[in-house]
Design a protein. Structure first.
Length: 230
């Protein structure tokens, strides 16, 4: 589905005009919001980045290309690499204030604001590296032929484009106070269900067990550890 198709489908349902430049600008904005939000919530597409660190420096500015992070691990110069544990910024600051004597490689990280990455303990050598598995920020769709299944535009497979469409219809119908869709609430639920489905698809593809919900018959299901795909 390309941008022109999104425009026509959303306009037909919401009552917005497919020829009004103002309406098209709004729809295009919602399409790009949908792609970013979909990638952020599902972590469907990820990339690997490596970053050099500086001895005794605990704070770093993330590249704006990083839309969301999935996992971080640290590669010390003379020890085994270790997965970093996320903390709230306030908790990490407390550790800096009260555990200042630690000389081990970083074991914890926090994200302050949108792009300040905080490490604790601080790196001890310039030769060490931080590795980040992250969701890249997509290039916005602008031309009518642009499609979110192109890698640079998000790489969202065609079978999931209807979920993106639901998001755009939700926002458009909400803006237009579209009564048949409960001001977009019907499409909001469709979007939420679609995102949940994709998360389940990713877990299944990764080999993680997704337990089946059985109403009326509560039982304990042993869960296996895995990556939080949210």
């Amino acid at each position: 589905m390309n941008l022109a198709t999104f425009r026509s489908r959303v306009a037909r349902v919401s009552g917005m005009s497919p020829t009004d430049s103002g309406d098209l600008t709004l729809i295009d904005g919602w399409v790009n919001d949908a792609v970013e939000q979909f990638l952020r919530e599902t972590k469907l597409n990820v990339a690997l980045a490596s970053m050099a660190v500086t001895a005794d420096q605990g704070d770093y500015t993330l590249d704006s290309d990083i839309l969301a992070m999935q996992s971080l691990w640290y590669a010390p110069a003379d020890a085994q690499s270790a997965l970093l544990v996320p903390l709230a910024p306030e908790t990490l600051v407390q550790r800096r204030l009260f555990d200042s004597g630690e000389e081990t490689p970083p074991r914890y990280y926090a994200l302050a604001g949108a792009n300040t990455l905080m490490l604790w303990p601080v790196p001890t050598a310039n030769t060490e590296r931080l590795h980040i598995l992250y969701v890249p920020r997509p290039t916005a769709l602008s031309a009518t032929a642009d499609s979110p299944d192109v890698a640079d535009n998000g790489g969202v497979p065609a079978e999931y484009h209807s979920i993106l469409e639901a998001y755009v219809k939700w926002k458009a119908c909400e803006a237009e106070e579209h009564k048949p869709s409960e001001n977009g609430a019907v499409f909001m639920r469709e979007w939420q269900a679609g995102v949940a489905q994709v998360r389940g698809d990713i877990k299944k593809k990764a080999g993680m067990n997704v337990p089946t919900v059985r109403l009326g018959r509560p039982r304990h299901i042993a869960s296996s550890p895995g990556i939080d795909v949210r």
